[in-house]
Design a protein around this ligand. Structure first.
Ligand code: ADP
Ligand code: FDM
Length: 217
């Protein structure tokens, strides 16, 4: 059980292209917050464990094919099936660090160049999900990401698509209410860790001190 009787925990999302360092930095952020006595849970999307998550996993591994709309809605459903857990966990006073959220949902679907899948369309099924208090966008150019390892076998691990994904993330940043903090993920791990810390810690302290959760609008 949480040590402090705080109002609720903070909901922190880390976004970015493949290999931007999300896994590394979520881990580091958690350890530091934990060491300071915060109650922390991590979560990642897609969560490949649930039935829906397994369908997403087999799609990403090219074992099954699906209409672009269908897989988009499954990614969203995969968040909705965790929405109650997120709200309850925050309410218990845990701060949640989440690796990818609906921003990934929007940009990867819109990056497919299917004219029926605009950013605007892609956002709709996620409206009403718990809203993050702070979103970190780890920005890395595709050529830098490629230096961290070649593309694997998964569906979206292709240069052109990764390029469009990054451009769409940058569009979201400029959109009203975008609200992501951009961090250059091409710097050293320690430098990125420090910048994330400086952005996130004030939010965690503020939210745990008593501000409240809106919905994705
Ligand atoms: P993601 O979860 O965004 O795909 P990872 O944290 O798994 O990214 O990192 C991808 C690879 O890049 C790993 O091999 C990791 O060690 C390395 N890496 C992560 N951050 C950096 C960094 N700032 N500089 C150089 N390499 C990094
Ligand atoms: N992805 C992830 C989406 O296309 N939509 C989503 O809603 C989410 C959460 O799934 F290519 C994509 C992003 C990535 C792939 O992600 C799997 P991980 O982080 O490699 O597991």
């Amino acid at each position: 059980e949480p040590r402090n009787s705080m109002v609720r925990g903070a909901f922190v999302v880390v976004e970015g292209v493949d290999r931007a360092g999300k896994t590394t930095q979520v881990q580091r952020l958690c350890s530091k917050l934990y060491a300071l006595g915060h109650n922390i849970k991590t979560i990642r999307f897609p969560d490949r464990v649930s039935t829906i998550g397994q369908m997403i996993g087999s799609y990403l591994q090219n074992e099954t094919n699906m209409d672009d709309h269908v897989v988009h809605l499954l990614f969203s459903a995969n968040r909705w099936e965790k929405a109650k857990w997120i709200e309850e966990t925050l309410a218990k006073g845990y701060t949640i660090i989440c690796d990818r959220y609906y921003y990934s949902g929007m940009v990867y679907s819109a990056a497919k160049n299917n004219p029926a899948l605009s950013l605007e369309w892609a956002k709709q099924p996620d409206i009403g999900l718990p809203k993050p208090d702070v979103v970190i966008f780890l920005d890395l150019e595709p050529w830098q990401a490629e230096q961290r390892g070649g593309y694997g076998e998964e569906k979206y691990e292709k240069r052109e698509l990764q390029q469009r994904v990054r451009e769409l993330y940058l569009q979201l940043l400029n959109a009203p209410g975008g609200g992501m903090k951009v961090i250059n993920a091409g710097d050293s791990m320690d430098a990125v860790e420090e910048r994330i810390w400086n952005e996130v810690l004030p939010w965690v302290e503020m939210v745990e001190g008593g501000t409240y959760g809106a919905k994705v609008g």
